[in-house]
Design a protein around this ligand. Sequence first.
Ligand SMILES: CC(C)(COP(=O)(O)OP(=O)(O)OC[C@H]1O[C@@H](n2cnc3c(N)ncnc32)[C@H](O)[C@@H]1OP(=O)(O)O)[C@@H](O)C(=O)NCCC(=O)NCCS
Length: 377
Amino acid sequence: MADVTIHRGLKEIYLDRTKSSYIDGKNGKLYYRGFNINELANNSTFEEVSYLLIHGELPSKSELAEITKWMADAREIPSGIITLIDSIKHLHPMDVLRTIISALAAFDNNLADESMDANIERGLSITAKAPSIVAAHVRLRNGDKYIPPNPNLSHAANFMYMLYGREPDLMDAKLIDKDLILHAEHGLNASSFTARVVASTQSDMYSALTAGIAALKGPAHGGAAEGVMKQAQEIGDESNTAEYVNNLLSSGGRIMGFGHRVYKTADPRALILKVDAKNLSERKGNPKWFTILQSLAVCMEPYEKKGICENVDFWTGAIYNLLEIPDDIFVSIFALARIPGWTAQVAEQLNNNILIRPLLDYVGELDKPYVAIEERK
Ligand SMILES: CC(C)(COP(=O)(O)OP(=O)(O)OC[C@H]1O[C@@H](n2cnc3c(N)ncnc32)[C@H](O)[C@@H]1OP(=O)(O)O)[C@@H](O)C(=O)NCCC(=O)NCCS
């Protein structure tokens, strides 16, 4: 109705300035706080990257030791939370995670403190607890006992330990650690935007992170890795890939794990994970999923010139599958990796807050005659 330009989906709109991460979508590069993602993925740990994102600088040796210990000590979840997980264990893991992150507020003895330090501590505490929540849910729904966290293991290794009930292979744990690093932060994606919107109303950290999880759940965002594996299972064998892709695309469908709002060339995270998926399938002696995904990638090559390339979710499903991680927690793993990124962006929003409140152009009718209920059919 108004003479305005509509930016549907807020495509190419800049909301604010950030120092958290930079996506160079044209050249396929990603930086966290100025550090190239390749360097962080190859040399860092998830605990270190969490510190970097939240505090803006790499930790010193003693700061890294301190945060690693602090996060290990913060992993335990209250028994009331375990009971709550048990009572909703029939739900999808993302529904459980969303509910439980919200419920953690009930166990926060310092809830009235809304200082920046308290909010950052909350973000880190939730980062530490999220793997315990996901692992507890998987075990309880399988009829297995909850396994308490092991503070002597790294964040990633402990998650696998709590999930499987045994200490993981060191290379497998390092791979999950790297995967968490690669998913930790990514500009103003839908879930970070959602977390910022909630923070901008001066709501609280639990609400902002719960909202972030809600936004991440959808297949257009975090749910794609599960979708990739579903498609790989439907394909079944590389000889079927070309026909599958043709049928899907000609009926208007989308190949999961392809395309990105910002990257119009290869997603650098996908390039790293492709090598890992290949190495892992060789190490596990199971090339099936890598071979099918590779054939899918070849069929999609003609779409590269349209900017439709592999994204971060394309290879993660195969990696999780080879590590015997259940399909329906793929997106939960994305969520528990993204909590430091959301925390950093909520802190950034609060440091220079403005209510996020865009406009909608009204195109409906006006001054319609109101008919009293007695006179309506
Ligand atoms: C992520 C995604 C939502 C980004 O989409 P976007 O930037 O809004 O782009 P659009 O949805 O407008 O798509 C632009 C064009 O590319 C096509 N396209 C985008 N992703 C595609 C895919 N995965 N498979 C096939 N075609 C795709 C669209 O059909 C559209 O074609 P058209 O212009 O001929 O209509 C989209 O690429 C997608 O749905 N991907 C699959 C889900 C996924 O992997 N999500 C994880 C993201 S990390």
